[in-house]
Design a protein around this ligand. Structure first.
Ligand code: NAD
Length: 474
């Protein structure tokens, strides 16, 4: 069995302890993964800090070149990368391949952003007493960035941390999800080959609760970037004290389908938004509010289309739906369906457990208080509710502790702008599903969905300080 070690200061370091990594689909052991200790995490942080002293002065064109080299190397190995995602995350190959295409773009954006980091000229003489001075800001890297990532996009969400960190001249200690460490470890030698100096990227594997405290409190860590569940985000925020923190957390994303919409034209997108990667996407469609005039037709088409999804192995080219990430998740999802049914919901499609798979589930008549509405489902379950007035739909969308993306299909520009104005989320997508993200878009949530923004340019800004300079020249 292959043993995967820790990547510290440009070298593989043997761990003191290893844990097996299981395929979510077959249960087979894929590799033995080193479980970093606090001491090893500290070494990685100290190594990153030492590497930063030199890397912070590396010119932008050089940082851009390293990232561009990584783009090329990943391009050459993209099928291998997609198969790693399919194996460890049980992501159907079609979706795994598209994640790698996005990852390559994310690093490409990072290569470009490295050359576009600007400050601002401040007109000092706008204030009495500011005469004779030139004021400007400079964006400067912060030092060691601590990055903790989730399992669901193990390449691209890592790229949203590693790309901006390199672009901005920071050093990084990455702790990938324990469920999907192989995708992150794949990057270690790839970036070394791309020319990244040793110590700028360190990858330590292991459990969050064990490594979180040191990664979030070590005095040399200056910036924390976390993508994952709101529960962990809250803990990190508490530990972080005065550090700058970016939290990209979960949601229970909603879609509004207004009157007069051509349902056939949107149904493929709706099904994709609800069920791609088994709904294990932070902006997966979880709640759909449909204008009452379209409700019956919408439900019929959604169920018909959902039943056509192909269930199977992640390695089968046709597969749409496969194993959810683990048994705990499967049990939780089944229990939440059961709770909704107890509260009066009806199962219009799916709802059955087949081995490690939950069949794609459409629920109706779901009370607003049910967990499948209130909490983040993060699985292949979608609930469909009718509405009569747009105000009612918007207030339902907003009656959530989350606020990441919302989608609205409408033909009426006035109603579209009402949604833009009134919906409380980080992003509003008009005539699209909420499950829409391009990697250079500003992306992030409000309320319990997080703080700060990613999207390469925005993540670069999160990882830099704005230093002010006043130059008294006459
Ligand atoms: P998770 O919160 O369980 O784990 C995420 C990471 O945090 C893992 O690396 C894990 O090891 C680590 N972790 C766990 N406990 C920790 C602790 N106490 N201290 C520090 N780190 C700890 O999330 P997950 O199950 O891997 O991913 C699913 C979640 O991620 C969902 O809530 C989803 O919405 C969210 N997510 C958000 C975005 C976004 O951009 N907003 C994108 C993808 C996923």
């Amino acid at each position: 069995m292959e043993r995967k070690h820790l990547w510290i200061n440009g070298k593989w370091v043997e761990g003191k302890r290893y844990e097996p990594l299981h395929s979510p689909y077959t249960g087979e052991v894929l590799a033995e993964i080193a479980q970093a200790t606090e001491e090893e995490a500290t070494r990685a942080i100290e190594g990153a800090h030492a590497a930063f002293q030199k890397f912070k002065n590396t010119p932008a064109h050089e940082r851009a070149r390293i990232l561009a080299n990584a783009v090329q190397l990943l391009e050459q190995r993209k099928e291998e990368a997609a198969r790693i995602v399919a194996a460890e995350a049980a992501k159907p190959l079609k979706a795994a391949r598209s994640e790698i295409v996005r990852t390559i773009q994310t690093y490409q954006f990072a290569a470009e952003e490295a050359k576009r980091i600007y400050g601002e000229r401040i007109p000092m003489d706008a204030a009495i007493g500011g005469e004779g001075r030139i004021g400007f800001t400079m964006r400067v890297p912060m030092g060691v960035v601590s990055a903790i990532t989730p399992f669901n996009f193990p390449f691209n969400l890592v790229a949203h941390k590693v790309g901006p960190a390199i672009a901005s001249g920071n050093a990084i200690v990455l702790k990938p999800a324990e469920k999907t460490p192989l995708s992150a470890l794949f990057l270690a030698e790839l970036f070394q080959e791309a020319g990244l100096p040793d110590g700028v990227l360190n990858i330590i594997t292991g459990l969050g609760p064990e490594l979180g405290p040191v990664l979030n409190t070590h005095p040399l860590v200056k910036n924390i970037t976390f993508t994952g569940s709101p529960r962990v985000g809250k803990e990190i925020r508490k530990l972080a004290e005065f550090r700058k923190v970016t939290l990209e957390l979960g949601s229970n994303s909603a879609l509004i389908v207004d009157e007069g919409i051509d349902l056939d034209a949107i149904m493929d997108r709706v099904v994709e938004g609800a069920f791609s990667y088994n709904g294990q996407v932070c902006i997966s469609i979880q709640r759909i509010y449909v204008h009452r005039s379209l409700y019956d037709a919408f439900l019929e088409k959604l169920v018909e289309r959902t039943k056509r999804l192909v269930i199977g192995s992640p390695f089968d080219e046709q597969t749409d739906i496969t194993a959810v990430i683990n048994k705990d998740s499967l049990d939780r999802l089944a229990a939440w369906i059961e709770e909704a049914v107890q509260m009066g919901a009806k199962v219009a499609s799916g709802g059955t457990v087949e081995g490690p798979i939950l069949t794609p589930t459409v629920l109706t008549d779901v009370p607003h208080e049910a967990k499948v509405i209130q909490e983040e489902v993060f699985g292949p379950i979608v609930s469909v509710m009718p509405f009569d007035s747009l105000d009612e739909a918007i207030s339902r969308v907003n009656a959530s502790r989350y606020g990441l993306n919302a989608g609205v299909y409408t033909r009426d520009i006035h109603r579209a702008f009402t949604c833009v104005q009134e919906i409380e989320t980080g992003g509003v997508l008009i005539n699209d599903i909420p499950t829409y993200r391009l990697d250079h878009m500003p992306y992030g949530g409000i309320k319990d969905s997080g703080t700060g923004r990613e999207g390469v340019k925005f993540a670069v800004m999160e990882m830099m300080e704005e230093k002010f300079v006043s130059f008294h020249w006459r």
